[in-house]
Each structure stands twice: as structure tokens, then as C-alpha cells.
Ligand binder design. Structure first.
Ligand code: ADP
Ligand code: MG
Length: 401
């Protein structure tokens, strides 16, 4: 197990003695996709059920809060009402929805809860103080409850009023999802079963360069795919045609190539590609035997030889960490590389962890989400944790005795 030997260091839900009727504020991550006021992917809601069910069974009065999207002020399109409806279906019990984050209606709703009942506050970002970690907002949230549980891993890297601010006012505990996420991801870097094979893809090198640097220090193999590889190829002087590349990324890739020369970690780049003349479902598609891309074409997926090579590395790994798709997987002609890697990760005997974001969406799209050992609910938070940063939300919780 990748999580053995990792200590969490913070109070958890197991330390919270819930008295029947005790009001508990839980910061969850209900930042889910909506379409026509319906939740289209409820994975994050289901991931919060453990905390919710444990507290309900203990007879707590639950007040849940979360952000959803990036509204600037109260905006009905980002209301949590559709989330409350979905949660109600999942727990087969009524869920009350407050019309505001803080204020008289929220207070009244909280005070009327029976033991085991749930009130969902409105989108925390409807309050401008949320992202500024406004002390007044934090204090008003805290007034609703006698204890605070942070279970929103996907928001734990942000010092906001509902993650960090409120923890300063109440006894504060980590929920089971947060605890599992942090110990699992720290386990990947602190105590991995070897070999540790890391697969990185996606669009932006600049977002992930800290991760590349860190894994060159501690992984056994680093497999690069996605648009990220073109920064490496340009740094090597290979023609990349019209492939997606960032100028800043090329310098960073050069740095990584230099570091890889001295490192014990093997850095693998694609050996073949699939190119298109357009970023579109209807593009003309060309299989390239190598990695040189002609003008007018862009590399949009890794090729079959690369996929096979990467799958072999993944199959031999003791621990696998994957973040970022291998190509433009949303477009069917360029999905094969990501699908092949997803299948390899799903069937690998090693302990497999996926870093959320688009790679999480990809593995779900291929119906393989249940086949991996851990699919993180947090994109940005998982990257920051792996980079070795402390998450402010976790820091703010009470220390374990
Ligand atoms: P994650 O969310 O998993 O961290 P990113 O957000 O970094 O991943 O990247 C995902 C995006 O990268 C996807 O929308 C995908 O279409 C795009 N992408 C991957 N490979 C390529 C490529 N070769 N050219 C253009 N876009 C790509
Ligand atoms: Mg992304």
C-alpha cells in the first residue's frame, strides 16, 4: 500500500465526539458540473457521503457549504440547489437548501434542523469575502455551528473564508475524504512501492514544471505525453509544426532535459504521434512514424508505439501516478493514446493514483474509474501537495494530540 508510513498529524472526524443535536459545519467540495440545472457528474457529491453519513448517524445537525464555479456575487446559475437535490436522492432523505450563505435565513434554517438533518448553504462564492478570507464572513459561518469539518480536498489549497478562516473560530477536524486524499498522495512521494512510474500530459508545462522537477528527483520513470511534449521537442530542435507550445515552456523543458541527464529517473518522450490539420473532430488525421510535425499540422495524440511502450512501463510499476491526458482525448480521432494509457493504468498490478482534473474525466469517460486505486477529487490541490507544498486548509485544522 502506498499510504503506509504516512502520518497525517491533524485531528480527524474520529476525534470529534458528536453529541446528539450538535450543529457541525462541513466544508465539502460540491464544485460539480451542471447542465440545465442538473448535476452531470456527481462523483464529488458521492465522495463526500462518508463524512455526511457518519455525522448523520451520530445525530449531528449538518450544515454543509461549498463553492461552485467562479461566480462574482449571487448568481442563480451557480446555485447549489441542484446539488441539494442530487444529495437528497443519494441519501434518500430530505435536504434543506438555504437561499443564502450567511444571514437570517441561513441562521433560521440551521436552528430548525433536527438531529441527522442537513442544510446546504448557498454557494460560498456568492459572498465576495470568501476568496479574500474575510474575517467577518468566517466568523458568521462559524456562528452556525459548534465544530468544523473540512472535507473539501479540491479546495484545501485555497486560503478562503470557508476553508481556512472558519477553522480559526471552531474546533476543526479533517473529514475522511480529505484525510484519505492527503495520505494517499503523500504516500506516492514519501513511501512509494518501486518502481514509481509517473505519467504526465495535458496542455501546460508551466503548470506542471514544479512536478516534473520533483519527480525527476524521486520517480524511477517519467513518461511525457499531451501537448507538453512539444515544449520538450522544440527544446531539442525537433520540428513541431503548428502543435501547441508555450515559449516559457520550452525553457523549462530544456531545464528538465538537463536535469534528467544527471538524474536516476528515466525521462521518456513520445516516439510517434498522431497529427491533425485542425483541433477538431473532423480534422484530417495523419499517423506519424516519428515525432517531426510538418507545417500546417499539429500533434494531437501520442502514437501507438508510444502508447505500447508507456503501457509496458505502467504494467511493471509498483506505484503509478498519472496526471494529464496524452492527447486531445475529447476528440475521438485523438483519444486512442489517452485510452491506451487509461487501460494500462486500470489493469496494472501496481498501486495506481490519478491526479484529477482532465485525466480523471478521461478515465471516467472510458468507464475505468473504478479500476484505479485512487482517483483524486482535486486537480490543483493534488498537484500542490505532490509539489511538496503545505495545503492551507489542512494547516488550519487542529493538530492531532
Ligand atoms: P489535467 O486537468 O488532467 O491536469 P490539463 O488541464 O493540463 O490536464 O490538460 C488537458 C487538456 O490538454 C485537454 O483539454 C486536452 O485536449 C489538451 N491536450 C492534450 N494533448 C494535447 C495536444 N497534443 N494538443 C492540444 N491539446 C492537447
Ligand atoms: Mg485541466
Amino acid at each position: 500500500m502506498a499510504t503506509s508510513g504516512v502520518t497525517f498529524g491533524k485531528k480527524t472526524l474520529r476525534d470529534l465526539k458528536v453529541e446528539r443535536g450538535m450543529p457541525v459545519l462541513v466544508r465539502v467540495d460540491f464544485n460539480v458540473p451542471l447542465k440545465d440545472r442538473r448535476v452531470t457528474d456527481d462523483a464529488r457529491i458521492r465522495a463526500a457521503l462518508r463524512a455526511i453519513e457518519q455525522l448523520r448517524e451520530a445525530g449531528a445537525r449538518l450544515i454543509l457549504c461549498s463553492h461552485l464555479g467562479r461566480p462574482k456575487g449571487a448568481d442563480p446559475a451557480t446555485s447549489l440547489a441542484p446539488v441539494s437535490e442530487r444529495l437528497s436522492e443519494l441519501i434518500d432523505h430530505r435536504v434543506h437548501q438555504a437561499p443564502e450563505v450567511i444571514g437570517p435565513e441561513a441562521r433560521r434554517g440551521a436552528s430548525r434542523l433536527e438531529p441527522g438533518e442537513i442544510l446546504v448553504l448557498e454557494n460560498t462564492r456568492w459572498e465576495s469575502g470568501e476568496t479574500k478570507n474575510d474575517p467577518q464572513l468566517a466568523a458568521e459561518l462559524a456562528e452556525l455551528a459548534e465544530a468544523f469539518v473540512l472535507d473539501a480536498f479540491g479546495s484545501a489549497h485555497r486560503a478562503h473564508a470557508s476553508t481556512v478562516g472558519v477553522a480559526q473560530h471552531l474546533p476543526s477536524y479533517a473529514g475522511p475524504l480529505l484525510e484519505k486524499e492527503v495520505t494517499t498522495l503523500r504516500g506516492v512521494i514519501e513511501a512509494p512501492e518501486r518502481p514509481l512510474v509517473v505519467v504526465l500530459g495535458g496542455a501546460k508545462v508551466t503548470d506542471k514544471v514544479a512536478l516534473i522537477d520533483r519527480f525527476l528527483d524521486m520517480a524511477d520513470a517519467l513518461l511525457i505525453g499531451g501537448a507538453m511534449c512539444f515544449s520538450f521537442f522544440r527544446a531539442q530542435g525537433v520540428d513541431i509544426g503548428n502543435s501547441l507550445v508555450e515559449d516559457a515552456g520550452v525553457l523549462l523543458a530544456q531545464g528538465a532535459l538537463d536535469k534528467a541527464d544527471e538524474s536516476d529517473c528515466r525521462l521518456l518522450l513520445p516516439v510517434d504521434l498522431v497529427a491533425g490539420d485542425d483541433f477538431s473532430e473532423h480534422a484530417t488525421v495523419r499517423r506519424l512514424d516519428g515525432v517531426e510535425v510538418a507545417q500546417g499540422w499539429m500533434g494531437l495524440d501520442i502514437g501507438p508505439r508510444t502508447t505500447e511502450r508507456y503501457a509496458e512501463e505502467i504494467g511493471q510499476a509498483g506505484t503509478i501516478f498519472w496526471n494529464g491526458p496524452m492527447g486531445a482525448f475529447e476528440l475521438e480521432p485523438f483519444a486512442a493514446g489517452t485510452r491506451g494509457v487509461a487501460e494500462a493504468v486500470a489493469s496494472a498490478p501496481g498501486y495506481s493514483v490519478i491526479g484529477g482534473g482532465d485525466s480523471g474525466a478521461a478515465i471516467a469517460q472510458f468507464g475505468l474509474a473504478d479500476e484505479v486505486d485512487w482517483l483524486s477529487t482535486g486537480g490543483g490541490a493534488s498537484l500542490e501537495l505532490l509539489e511538496g507544498k503545505e495545503l492551507p486548509g489542512v494547516e488550519a485544522l487542529d493538530d492531532a494530540d
